[in-house]
Write a protein that binds this ligand. Structure first.
Ligand code: NDP
Ligand code: 8X3
Length: 249
């Protein structure tokens, strides 16, 4: 019998590519996101035999629970949870940042991720399943303007390790994937729709693609059951880390 995976943030980028990847490999997929029309397009393309879609704002705990309660029986036994939905908003330095943007990142990248994980944990333990959390290099390496976004991703990576500790002996696997630069709608969202800024960032850089990350998610989800990758950091060859800055006053 095929396995079931729930992928958040399935309307775009990594999540959308992961839906295609797992459907192509015979999995049953529960795909979530806010943009109902994109989820409907997925259904129109693939049909509902192995795909269930649920449109809700992941920051809305009641809507999340209602969507989970409405998952049809054939999709309810989730083996793998991919906590992918997330965003960065703005690149302003902390002292100039918009507090509403900070709150939205925290609510989405931290609170919603923890809430969904909490809701699905009993079933994941029952099925000796797996949790794959999409973190970021921004949670490991600080950069100017990364402030709260980086902080939320540091939470994701550390929460993943904490889950590993708590789930010791249950057979549940937990991985934090920490990608570097990948071309998706990420920068469009971060810049409030500035296509030129997005194009400029990726131009000539050969960034990773959504398919690259979907392949990594699939690799992690299909490892032999005795293996756990704790953290997996991945960048395009064109990207590397450049260190400290010194202010001389
Ligand atoms: P996209 O903007 O292409 O996709 C983000 C997804 O998250 C969309 O499907 C969006 O769906 C969903 N999402 C955002 N907010 C909400 C919400 N409130 N409720 C439900 N769904 C939501 O970006 P990526 O594919 O690049 O990003 C996926 C993950 O990867 C994010 O966690 C991001 O932080 C992380 N990441 C991205 C990197 C990159 O360079 N691209 C690098 C490292 C990590 P909708 O708008 O329909 O709700
Ligand atoms: C996305 C990678 O470096 O743009 O998480 O923050 S970065």
């Amino acid at each position: 019998m095929s396995r079931t995976i729930l992928i958040t943030g399935a309307t775009s980028g990594f999540g959308a590519a992961a839906v295609e990847r797992f459907l192509a490999d015979g999995w049953r997929v529960v795909a979530t996101g806010r943009r109902a029309e994109r989820l409907q397009a997925l259904l129109d393309r693939h049909g509902g035999e192995r795909l269930h879609v649920a449109a809700f704002d992941i920051r809305d705990g009641a809507a999340m629970q209602a969507a989970l309660d409405a998952i049809p029986a054939g999709f309810a036994d989730i083996d793998v949870l991919v906590n992918n939905a997330g965003l960065a908003l703005g690149t302003a330095f902390a002292q100039h940042a918009d507090l509403a943007q900070w709150r939205q990142m925290i609510d989405t990248n931290i609170t919603a991720l923890a809430t969904l994980t909490h809701a699905l944990l009993p079933g994941l333990i029952e099925r000796r399943g797996a949790i794959i959390n999409i973190s970021s290099v921004a949670g490991v390496y600080p950069y100017p303007g990364g402030n709260v976004y980086g902080g939320t991703k540091a939470f994701v990576s550390q929460f993943s390790l904490g889950l590993r500790s708590d789930l010791h002996g249950t057979g549940v696997r937990v991985t934090a994937i920490e990608p570097g630069m990948a071309e998706t709608e990420f920068t469009l969202v971060r810049t409030s729709g500035d296509q030129r800024a997005s194009d400029t960032l990726y131009a000539g850089a050969q960034p990773m693609t959504a398919d690259d990350i979907a392949g990594v998610i699939h690799y992690v989800a299909t490892l032999p059951p005795h293996l756990n990758i704790n953290r997996l950091e991945i960048m395009p060859v064109t990207q590397s880390v450049a260190g400290f800055q010194v202010h001389r006053g």
